[in-house]
Design a protein around this ligand. Structure first.
Ligand code: TRP
Length: 364
């Protein structure tokens, strides 16, 4: 991973998108609290983009069901969703300019997904690598039907709200491509109903975990959370993986790919300090303890304003829940309208209308 500084959150009040701005949709499955990897990979980008686009954020609990569907896992959805929204607000999303909605509470999306499913073939979906990976990761030897349909459901989410831009990571890029294909195919066959969405690839490197593994992730237990208190951050940094060849401070160390320095590059707002630490590390003139203490201090400087914002939103009891309730109602109205247009364009409303006319004339 190359040195890429991640902008600290700009938490000053700022205007929302101009009226009539194009729409953006993005979001996540409800897995719980968000960590630095989410910040680097998507939150920073979302905070910036939601000033330019009218923004919808999906809590994709139906997508979660494609791999996690035990009653216990489903029971956690509410808490996880609320944690995710709270962390998103803390990281800079403005509640006045963010529509959060719960996917399963917009059942029209499922009907749209079914109607769209005749616009794509099974082999097309079978070739998408992310689906095979998800199946494997979930311990499934055979592909569940719902998982094969994951991109179709995602296309329904995107097309249902006429999203013009969809910022996602690499693992989701192929899904947005499927949505684009389906939108074009539908429009050609039945008439112009859908906006063809543009993929906005989050052009950010993946943040490694504290254990040095390639990706920070909750399931790997190698994450630093936005909600971790300062002493927890210190403890996690102290346990962090560094250059294993460096048995004492006097041994010259490797900076490249060393997660401690990857984090310094990403989050430390004092580039001169980072340059000095790197130089001394390479020369064997600094202990891991100092590098880590300075990293802890930098991460806490980065996280402090996020913590403050989090505490303020948390103190406003019921706010997060209200945002989800109103956002879901708003989205459902939009999706119902789209679904009515889709059914009309496909000619699905004509038959019943004809039956009704005939039935009425008989009754007279
Ligand atoms: N697939 C996304 C994930 O990895 C979540 C998601 C569902 C999504 N529907 C979407 C993202 C629509 C962007 C647009 O969790």
């Amino acid at each position: 991973m190359t040195a890429t500084a991640i902008a600290p959150p700009d938490l000053a009040p700022a205007p929302g998108p101009p009226p009539g701005a194009p729409r953006m949709l993005t979001g996540d499955r409800p897995t719980g609290r968000l960590h630095l990897g989410h910040y680097a990979g998507s939150l920073a980008n979302r905070a910036r983009l939601h000033r330019r686009y009218e923004s919808f954020f999906i809590i994709a609990d139906l997508h979660m069901l494609t791999t996690k569907n035990s009653p216990g896992e489903i029971a956690e959805t509410g808490r996880h969703a609320a944690d995710m929204v709270l962390d998103s607000l803390a990281a800079g999303l403005d509640p006045a300019h963010s529509v959060f909605y719960l996917q399963s509470a917009v059942p029209e999306v499922a009907e749209l997904s079914l109607l769209l499913s005749s616009l794509v073939t099974v082999p097309r979906l079978q070739r998408i690598p992310s689906l095979k990976e998800m199946a494997q990761h979930a311990g499934q030897r055979e592909m569940p039907l719902a998982l094969l349909g994951y991109p179709v459901l995602q296309a329904a989410d995107i097309l249902a709200v006429h999203a013009a831009v969809v910022p996602v990571g690499n693992d989701n890029a192929a899904h947005v491509e499927v949505a684009r294909e389906m939108a074009r195919r539908f429009n050609r066959r039945y008439g112009e109903v859908f906006t063809v969405p543009a993929l906005v690839r989050a052009d950010v490197p993946v943040l490694p975990g504290t254990d040095g593994r390639a990706k920070m992730s909750k399931s790997l237990g190698n994450a630093i959370y936005l909600s971790d208190p300062p002493d927890e951050v210190a403890a996690k940094v102290r346990r962090m993986y560094t250059d294993p060849a460096r048995t004492t401070a006097g041994v010259p160390g490797t900076v490249e790919g060393n997660p401690v320095f990857v984090y310094h590059d990403a989050f430390n707002d004092r580039p001169a300090e980072v340059a000095d630490l790197k130089e001394r590390y390479r020369a064997g003139k600094v202990g891991d303890a100092e590098v880590k203490e300075k990293l802890t201090a930098a991460l806490n400087r980065f996280l402090d304003p996020i913590r403050e914002r989090r505490a303020a939103f948390e103190a406003d009891q019921g706010l997060v829940e209200e945002l989800i309730v109103t956002g879901t109602a708003r989205t459902r109205r939009e999706v119902k309208r789209t679904l009515a247009d889709v059914r009309a364009a496909m000619g699905l409303t004509a038959a019943l209308a004809g039956f009704r006319r005939a039935a009425r004339s008989r009754a007279r």
